[in-house]
Ligand binder design. Sequence first.
Ligand code: SF4
Ligand code: SF4
Length: 434
Amino acid sequence: MRDLQFIEEELNRCNRCGYCMQSCPTYRVERSEIQVARGRNHVLRELVAGRIEFMPQMVQPFFDCLLCGACTVDCFGAVQTNELMVRAREAYHARYGQPAIQRYIFHKLLPYPQRLARLVRLLSFSKRSGIAGIARWLRVLRWISTGLETADNLAPTVPRLFLRDRLPHMGFRPLRHNDGGVCAWQLEPEHATGPKVLYFVGCATNFQVPDPGTAAIALLSKAGCHITVTANNCCGLPPWSYGDMEAARLLARQNLDIFSRFDFDVLVTECGSCSAFLKKYPHLLPDDKRAADLASRTCDFTELLARLSLPKPISAGTTVTYHDPCHLCRTQGITEQPRQLLVDAGGFQLREMREADWCCGAAGSYNLTHPEMSFAILDRKLDRIAETGADLVATACPACIMQLSYGARRRRWQRPVRHVAELLAAQHGLAPAP
Ligand code: SF4
Ligand code: SF4
């Protein structure tokens, strides 16, 4: 098992007190020892100590974890169970092999953005042309895979234009490699008084939820930033989450090569998961000095915009409740900035929900691999949102937006779920009202 010293040190700090039980979303659903940090760590400890053999059933304690990090906050020893589970997944795949589809996506699609774009365009066409609808009606999707049917439910519509396709319509001019291919898009604001921003476009933002990205870019431009949008690859978080360090490192290196071509003050993205993982590059690539430099210059969109100035719009008394994405609140400690922006730069009245920092169950693609657990966790979150009676739901991660929007549709709510950037952009006349 790799990183054995780290694993043993973390496991040794777990004194089996059980404090992690109170806030573990999977434990609160199943009330089973195997679904909480204490139980997961116990299985790993026995395995590492050689007291038990690897067995296929370990897929449950190791892979049912959301990697949300809530247990670490409640743990006196701050045991990093999410990090331990990623190492356990890596070892599990080394023992039993990685599923072929997963290996194909992480090694043959994500490092090749053109291939990925072609595949998503094909899927988008099948949705728009009605082929996917017919397949759903005939239950073909469920027959192929329940994950495919869940994905179809989570993303019932597809954007007409990916985020990068929208850039020319927003006044961006393409920058080209020597071979003529586009390597970035640039926008020079009329009065560039802010920092030089290199904008990172996450996969979910580009292909499925582009509105938060376009809203964030419009707001940063209004705040005086000079913006360059990169033709970056996936940040690497999906393969890392499944314990595929090799693919995660490859994507991180590809991105560092891309970023090194630009002169910028700050790397920004509105995806809370991508910003968290970009800040993690020094852990992933400890021998690459560029990783530490990049991490020191990476900001989540809410973090940067809170430092810039936007006028407060006239308030219409609209109420909003804010859901903290795990990768923003726990991995990056960003909780105040989105709330402050909603009130100060958005003119909204904030209504706090209980358990605002509890995972919504999206957890990357957890909702596709574990739909039952994921939607049970989502139900608890929806109850907390409903208690506030707020007009709008705000969050700051595309995966949470898709999950919460799915929940809102299931409950037939008239309560839109939007990224903080979209709500602010609407208040400043840069995007349609929700
Ligand atoms: S992970 Fe932390 S909170 Fe949970 S049992 Fe171990 S020491 Fe206690
Ligand atoms: S990371 Fe989240 S789901 Fe996993 S054990 Fe900790 S609290 Fe539970």
